[in-house]
Structures are given as structure tokens and as C-alpha cells.
Design a protein around this ligand. Structure first.
Ligand code: ADP
Ligand code: MG
Length: 395
């Protein structure tokens, strides 16, 4: 993959696909981690005298102009963090975008409006996507792919534009790929993966692939209950995906055959209902009352998971251990995060909610070797899939 060093950018218009998909509360950005992660590449380009045109998506406006999904608040924050004005284009690739780009001096930065206001960005139809990609590419001389959180999408700005312009990978994409390689090639062992989050169905592919490579797989969060049920235990009102039970039984027997230590919760916080102030009891994972739901892993499980992480050399963690958005049920997630921080292993956090949990719990981000900006992208990489946005940068 070509990197920024391979491009001569001075005086040229460089289109940077970034991942600026931040959580918003109205117009307030509640977590600007992804904007911060995009800064080094934008700064390097501006510092080399490029005219920098940043493009990105926000949320799912589904091909329509919806003001609540405007990137305008992001342009403001990006400008604050860069310490220079960011020109905000009033559209994606129309008159507004052209005017913004024409006015750029060397070292200046513009941000285009939300890519997903254009139906062509996410179109399944190749010709429709390509037509939009040509409009976007027409704004620039060079392309830099740096939106790691979107590289698993076959979208115009990710997949088609690099075929139309000389291109390179940005610093964020290069760094993320380097980290993921350490999880797939010559991984230092013991290699332990901790998975949590809400739905087991989101993570079937990655579980199947991880069972061929990990030494231990620790499962918490909402998805653990489908595993417990697959073992024959009742899980009360806990999150359960009945339609995944057969698949999960298959995982349990494959883990046993391959000698993978698949570790499930031994106790849970069984809550009366799904609420921040719900009452709860600590119960064995095999004895969840019918009228209760597990909202976090219990204290014995926290210790068990920490002990399974203590001697690890490589750790990948994706998905919270409980409903961390409720303080009372954030303890399991905090315990796993602290076990990673305490370990000497190469530790990688993937997943938007997991990264948000680390920040929400006030834990030091530099306590981990790497916090990935792309949950879906990192999971698909670990699944062994070809990621369209990386493949497009290869050739
Ligand atoms: P990530 O974004 O890190 O990949 P996911 O999106 O898969 O994580 O899952 C995050 C969500 O899982 C959180 O909103 C959290 O509240 C939820 N969750 C975790 N444990 C449970 C549980 N026991 N019951 C219900 N939801 C849960
Ligand atoms: Mg998530």
C-alpha cells in the first residue's frame, strides 16, 4: 500500500476520505475521538502544502438531505482541533463543493457535506455508485483513504474513487492495519479474545474465524446468554437470540475439539428490569430466575476473566460486558478494561461502544496498546474478509 510519503501533494487538491462519524446530541458532539484520530493525516497534508478536501459520512440519512445529519458541527470542531478555519461546503459534490474547493489556498482545509446525502454513495448498483464517484473525483487531483471505520463498506468514496485518482493510504489506515496484522500473523501467545456486546448475530463470522486462532475466548455481555442457553441453562428475561442457538452449539463443540478455552460467565447481576435504577441480585449464571435479566457479569466472573487475561501476550477486546450505559451495570466492563490495562500484553480495543465505555469510565486511553476507530472494520478484518476500502488502496 502506498502511503502519504509516496505522494507529492504540494499545491494539489487532495481528497481525504475520513471517518468523522461521531455521536451527536443535537448539535453537540458527545465524543470527538474519531475527529481527533483523523487529525494527523489532515495536518500532514496541510503542512505539505496540499489543498485538503475532507469527505466523510454521518449517521444514516439514506441518500436524502436531512439537516440533523449535517456535518456542520463536525467542521466547527475540526477547525478548533486543527487551530485553523475549516471551510464547510454546503453540499457534497455540487456547486457548494466546487466553490469551497476553488477558494482553497495551499495548506487550507475544506469539509464536504455528509456523503450519505447522495444516494450514489451507498448504492448497490455499480453504475450509480460510479457516477457519483466521478463527481467526487472531479473535485480533486489525488485521493487519500483514511476512513478506517468505513473500509469494510463498498461505497463510492471508499471503493470507487481510488480507482479514478492516484491514491495512498493515510496514517490512520496504515496504523490500524499494522495493528490488525499483529492479531493475525505470528501472533504472540497466549492470544486471548474477549467478546461482548448485544447481539451474537453481529459477531458470528468473527467467532467462527477466531476459534481457529485463539487460545482463549472469553464471552460476556448480552451475547453470553445465548451461549448459556445453548448449554441448557435458563436465562430468564436476558437478551437471547433463539435463532442462533444451533450455531452457538456448533461453536461450543468446535472450541472443545480444537482445545480453545471458551470461558462463559459463572455469575451475573440479575436485574428486575432494564433500567439504570433496577434492583438486582448476584446469581450463578446457571440459576437466573425466570423474572430476572442479566445486565452485567458478576464479581466471580470478573475475577475469572482477569485471571484468564493475566498471562496473555496478545489481547483483542470487542464489546462491553454489560449495559455500561447504566452506572450500576458498568462494573464488569470496567473490570475487563482494567485487566487489559494491568497486563503486559499487546492490547487492542475494537468497537465503537467499547471505546466509548473506556472513555466514559474515565480510564486512561494510553493504558491500551491501541484503540481502534473501526468496530465493524476490525471485526471483518479478523473474520478474514477482504475489505473493499483496503483492496482499493492496494493497486
Ligand atoms: P461494540 O460497539 O463495542 O462492538 P456492541 O455494539 O456489539 O459493542 O454492543 C454494545 C451494546 O451492548 C451496549 O449498548 C450495551 O448496553 C449492550 N449490552 C451489553 N451487555 C448487555 C446485556 N447483558 N444486556 C443487554 N445489552 C447489553
Ligand atoms: Mg456498537
Amino acid at each position: 500500500m502506498r502511503t502519504l510519503d509516496d505522494l507529492d501533494v504540494k499545491g494539489r487538491r487532495v481528497l481525504v476520505r475520513a471517518d468523522l462519524n461521531v455521536p451527536l446530541d443535537g448539535e453537540t458532539i458527545t465524543d470527538d475521538g474519531r475527529i481527533r484520530a483523523s487529525l494527523p493525516t489532515i495536518q500532514a497534508l496541510a503542512g505539505s502544502g496540499a489543498k485538503v478536501i475532507v469527505c466523510a459520512h454521518l449517521g444514516r440519512p439514506k441518500g436524502q438531505v436531512k439537516p440533523e445529519f449535517s456535518l456542520r458541527p463536525v467542521a466547527r470542531r475540526l477547525g478548533e482541533l486543527l487551530g485553523q478555519d475549516v471551510v464547510f461546503a454546503s453540499d457534497v459534490a455540487g456547486d457548494g463543493a466546487r466553490a469551497a474547493v476553488e477558494g482553497l489556498q495551499e495548506g487550507q482545509v475544506a469539509l464536504l457535506e455528509n456523503l450519505r446525502f447522495e444516494p450514489g454513495e451507498t448504492a448497490k448498483d455499480d453504475a450509480e455508485r460510479r457516477a457519483f464517484a466521478e463527481r467526487l473525483a472531479g473535485l480533486a487531483d489525488l485521493y487519500v483513504g483514511d476512513g478506517f471505520g468505513a473500509v469494510h463498506r463498498k461505497h463510492a468514496s471508499v471503493y470507487d474513487v481510488p480507482a479514478l485518482l492516484p491514491h495512498a493510504a493515510g496514517g490512520l489506515v496504515t496504523a490500524e492495519v499494522e495493528v490488525l496484522r499483529k492479531l493475525t500473523d505470528d501472533t504472540e501467545r497466549p492470544y486471548v479474545v474477549v467478546l461482548g456486546g448485544a447481539k451474537v448475530s453481529d459477531k458470528l463470522g468473527v467467532i467462527a474465524n477466531l476459534l481457529t486462532s485463539v487460545d482463549r475466548l472469553l464471552i460476556g455481555g448480552g451475547m453470553a446468554y445465548t451461549f448459556l442457553k445453548a448449554q441448557g441453562h435458563e436465562v430468564g428475561g436476558s437478551l437471547l437470540q433463539e435463532d442462533q442457538l444451533d450455531q452457538v452449539r456448533g461453536f461450543l463443540s468446535e472450541a472443545a475439539e480444537r482445545g480453545v478455552d471458551l470461558v462463559l460467565p459463572v455469575d451475573v447481576l440479575a436485574a428486575t428490569h432494564f433500567a439504570a435504577d433496577a434492583g438486582y441480585d448476584v446469581v450463578p449464571a446457571t440459576e437466573i430466575p425466570a423474572d430476572r435479566q442479566g445486565l452485567d457479569i458478576g464479581p466471580r466472573t470478573r475475577e475469572l476473566f482477569a485471571s484468564k487475561l493475566a498471562d496473555a501476550r496478545t489481547v483483542f477486546w470487542n464489546g462491553p460486558m454489560g449495559v455500561f450505559e447504566f452506572d450500576e451495570f458498568a462494573g464488569g466492563t470496567a473490570a475487563v478494561a482494567k485487566a487489559l490495562i494491568a497486563s503486559d500484553a499487546f492490547t487492542v480495543v475494537g468497537g465503537g461502544d467499547s471505546a466509548a465505555a473506556v472513555r466514559r469510565l474515565g480510564l486512561p486511553e494510553d493504558g491500551f496498546s491501541h484503540i481502534s476507530t473501526g468496530g465493524g472494520a476490525s471485526l471483518e478484518y479478523l473474520e478474514g474478509k477482504t475489505l473493499p476500502g483496503l483492496a482499493a488502496l492496494e493497486d
